[in-house]
Write a protein that binds this ligand. Sequence first.
Ligand code: NAD
Length: 490
Amino acid sequence: LTENLRRAEGYIAHFAQTGVRNHIGGESVAAASGATFDTLSPVDLKPLAKVAKGGVEDIDRAVAAAKEAFKTWSKMPGTDRRKLLIKVAEAIEANAERIAFTECLDTGQALRFMSKAALRGAANFRFFADKAPAAEDGQALRNATQMNVTSRRPIGPVGVITPWNTPFMLSTWKIAPALAAGCTVVHKPAEFSPMTAKLLVEIAEEAGLPRGVLNLVNGYGEDAGKRLTEHPDIKAIAFVGESRTGSMIMAQGAATLKRVHFELGGKNPVIVFDDADIDRAVDAASFMIYSLNGERCTSSSRLLVQENIYDEVCTRVAKVAANIKVGHPLDPETVVGPLIHPEHEAKVLSYFETARKEGATIATGGKKVGDQGCYVAPTLFTQARNDMTIAQEEIFGPVLTAIPFADEDEALALANDVDYGLAAYLWTADLDRAMRMTDALEAGMIWVNSENVRHLPSPFGGVKASGIGRDGGDWSFDFYMETVNVSFPR
Ligand code: NAD
C-alpha cells in the first residue's frame, strides 16, 4: 500500500497543481468564467484537485470545435480511423497503471478491479476500431422495378454524459463507437470523478487523435450537462446515469428533437432455485453485489431464493460478506473501498434505518466502517419482502436484499415487480425452467448459471426504467449513424 500510495501521488501531482481543466479543440483550458469546484478523495474527504466548472459558454465552444472537426473526421476513410483508434488503445494500455491508480483515488474503487477496468477501456477502443472500416456499409434491397441501396453515415457531433461509477471504462464504452462511426464528441463527465476523463483526451491526442474530435467540458449537470442536451448542433446524446436524470434529459432535448440513448439504473434480481449449483450461485451473487463497491448498474441487488434453501444461502452469503476486506482502494487486498462521496454514503447509510423500520433483519453489516472516509460494511438484509423500499429502490452500494420465494411463478412475479429491467441472473439446473423464465423475465440482459460476463459484440442495455437503446456490436453504430436509402429504377 505504501508503495502504491507513493506512485499514485506521483500520478495525480499535476492535477493538484494545474487542476482538472477542460479540453476544447486540443487546448487544455480553464472554464470561461474561471469558476472551479473541488473533487474530493473518498478515502479522507480531502480535496484532490480543483476542477474547471464549465457552463453554457464552455459547452458552446466545445460544440463549435466538435462541429469543425466533424468536417474532416467524418470524411476520413474508416481504415484510417481504425489505425488511429488502435493507437489510442495501445496508448491506454501503455498508461493503464496511471489510469487505474488515478481512478482508485478519485472514485474509491479497489485497485484489483480498476486495473482490469483500464484495460477494458483499451479493449473498447480496439473492438470498435476494428469495426470502423465497415461502419458505413448497408445492403442492397430490390424488387421488380426498383433497386434500393442503403448505407450509413455518422449523425454529427454528439454529446456523451457519464456517471461516476467506473468512469474511465464507461466513458470509453460510449466514446469509442462514436469516434469509430465518424462522429465527433463533447464529453461531460460526472462531477464526483473527473480525473480520468481528462487523462483519456490527453492520451488520445498524444496517440494522434486530431484536435477537436474529442472535447471535454467538466461541470454540473444542471448547467454544463443541460446546455449540452439542448444545443442545436449536438445531434444525439448518449447518457449513462440515473433514471430520473434520463427523464430530464429527454425533456431538455425535446425542442431540438435529440436522439437519445439511455443506460440507467437497475434493481437486478439473482434468482436461485433449489436445484442450482449452490456453491457457484453463492459466489456469483456475492461477487455481483460486493465487487466494485456495489456501485454497479448490473449489480445483483435482490437475492431471490427458493424458500427451502433460503436460510442456507443467506447464511453463506452473510459469511462471505462478513469476511470481505474493506480498506484503502490502493491496497491490493481490498475488495470494497470507500463509496464515492459523503452525499452518496449518506444515501446508502439511510437504507439501514429504512430496513430496520420496515422490519427486515440485518444479517451482517448495516454500519459505517471507521470514522474517516466513506467506508460502508458489506451488508445483507434478510426476511425482506419485495414491497419494501430496500427491495424497490436502487441503493448503489454493497448492500443486498434477500427475499424467499415458493415456486417458479412467485420467483417470476417478484423478479418483474420493480420499475427497473436492466439485468437478471438465474440459477437452476432445469433447462426447461430456464427457457420459461428467460422468456418472461423483464430485463434487457439475462445471465443463466453465470455472473455478468461481458461479450462486446452482444447487446448491452435495459428495458422499463433501465434504459432506451442498446450498445455493443453494431447496435452502437445504429445509434451514432443515420441510415440512408437511395432508390434507382431497374
Ligand atoms: P446521475 O444521473 O446523477 O449523473 C450522471 C451524469 O448526468 C453526470 O455527469 C451528471 O452531471 C449529469 N447530469 C445530471 N443532471 C443533468 C441534467 N439535467 N442534464 C444533463 N446532464 C445531467 O448518475 P450518477 O449518480 O452519476 O450515476 C449513478 C447512476 O448511473 C445509477 O443509477 C446507475 O445505475 C447508473 N448507471 C447505469 C449504467 C448502465 O449501463 N445502465 C452504468 C453505470 C451507471
